[in-house]
Design a protein around this ligand. Structure first.
Ligand SMILES: [Zn+2]
Length: 163
């Protein structure tokens, strides 16, 4: 993790906040950087589209592939304000990004942002056939966690996106 990582994570936070800061809307931002250049920057758009798969990372991968005209994003780094879910972690593996950097981790936010009780998607990366992909968390952890409900928030059931 270095200064460039923090700079790109700030950009991801800015994108996450672009439609407000209500934690119930799951404000996630994702940026994909290749050769020092942003090739995609997206927020989750599940409610707007509506599309249950329109997570920030999925949208950014789609945009990056469209804009580069490439199926594979080798050498690229994907930044996300929150640890990617299982779907987005798998999409990162399939899209051939070389590195995933996230801000807040599972333990930093309310469980409503995750799909499964015990599956930790870090093991998806560890168990991937590819040995040219790494994942690192905790980049601007506190700022990123501030976008979401805290771990112990007492939320009504209808505000919990994963139920
Ligand atoms: Zn996701």
């Amino acid at each position: 993790m270095n200064e460039d990582d923090e700079r790109w994570m700030r950009r991801a936070i800015e994108i996450a906040r672009s439609k407000g800061s209500d934690p119930s809307t799951s404000p996630l931002g994702s940026v994909i950087v290749l050769d020092g250049r942003e090739i995609a920057g997206e927020r989750n758009q599940t409610q707007e589209l509506p599309d249950a798969t329109a997570h920030a990372e999925m949208m950014a991968i789609r945009r990056a592939c469209e804009d580069t005209g490439e199926l594979e994003l080798r050498g690229a780094t994907l930044y996300s304000t929150l640890q990617p879910c299982g779907m987005c972690t798998m999409a990162s593996i399939w899209s051939k990004v070389g590195r995933v950097v996230y801000g807040a981790g599972r333990e930093d936010v309310h469980p409503m942002y995750f799909e499964a009780r015990h599956v930790d998607t870090l093991s998806f990366i560890a168990d991937a056939y590819r040995d040219d992909i790494v994942i690192e968390g905790g980049c601007l952890r506190e700022e990123c966690a501030g976008l979401y409900y805290p771990p112990d928030a007492d939320l009504p059931r209808d505000e919990q996106a994963n139920l």
